[in-house]
Design a protein around this ligand. Structure first.
Ligand SMILES: [Zn+2]
Length: 263
């Protein structure tokens, strides 16, 4: 028997325009999210996407926006870092955001050079400080760099490590610095035993859940284009891992997300 959808779920990380590019009907997704009392963060990817997303989603008060340039901003053929950063800054003066991101480091795709990725990320840490906003970190195979970044004293910002799949050492340091760890659909994949046992023992007050849609659909929908409504599969899997009721997990994640928004 199909479960009814749960109410009031949080999705801390998704990309609506990328879903639309994959052919999903985001108007109907937004309508269902509204009916279910869902709330979440629509995440920016590039220097110039905030204005467009602001206009497009301003009618949906349960959709909060972030803006930032991911490590792909240093790929060949992109405008210079100076041009991208000043475009982002000018959009931030005109439109409201809840956070700066996603920003970070990616040694898996290895965009540009390690140095250029760090330079782009650090410039946006400055922007976050300037605007008084938390950050959304993208970390792909860059644990050592993030350990050294967060090890800098004092580290003045907090935020979210999105799609957390790093070591326990980084999890502990990130929580010590006040970060939330957001887990995505890959938590449900059979091969990710280490991630599952880490998730099961982390303190509840630092946890968030996300779809990262249109990517990373949870089991049993793996391989399909993802959307925020699919997050119910992640909630029920995650609640089982922690031996708690789904409703209690939803309530805890909701409280964490609201603490994050209040930063
Ligand atoms: Zn993302």
């Amino acid at each position: 028997m199909q479960n009814p959808y749960y109410q009031n779920m949080i999705d801390s990380h998704f990309h609506l325009l990328s879903m639309e590019k994959k052919g999903l009907d985001i108007t109907s997704i937004l309508h269902s999210m509204d009916e279910l009392g869902m709330e979440g963060l629509e995440i920016g990817l590039d220097a110039d996407d905030l204005g467009l997303r602001s206009d497009r989603f301003k009618a949906y008060p349960f959709i909060h926006l972030s803006a930032g340039i991911g490590p792909w901003g240093v790929k060949d053929g992109m405008p210079t870092l100076q041009e991208q950063l000043s475009e982002l800054d000018s959009q931030l003066t005109r439109h409201k955001v809840a956070a700066i991101g996603e920003i970070g480091l990616d040694n898996h795709h290895a965009y540009g050079t390690v140095h250029a990725q760090e330079e782009l990320m650090r410039a946006q840490l400055e922007l976050a400080r300037h605007y008084g906003k938390p950050v959304i970190f993208h970390n792909r195979e860059a644990d050592a760099q993030f350990l050294s970044l967060l090890g800098e004293q004092p580290f003045p910002l907090m935020g979210i490590f999105h799609c957390f799949q790093a070591s326990e050492e980084l999890a502990l340091l990130a929580m010590d610095r006040g970060f939330f760890l957001s887990f995505a659909g890959n938590l449900t994949y059979n091969a990710n035993k280490t991630l599952q046992s880490l998730f099961a023992k982390l303190p509840l007050e630092h946890l968030l859940l996300e779809t990262d849609s249109p990517y990373l659909s949870p089991n049993p929908l793996r391989g399909k284009p993802n959307n925020p409504l699919y997050i119910e599969h992640l909630y029920s899997y995650a609640a089982q891992l922690r031996g708690m009721e789904v409703e209690a997990l939803i309530e805890a994640v909701r409280a964490n997300f609201h603490r994050f928004l209040a930063q």
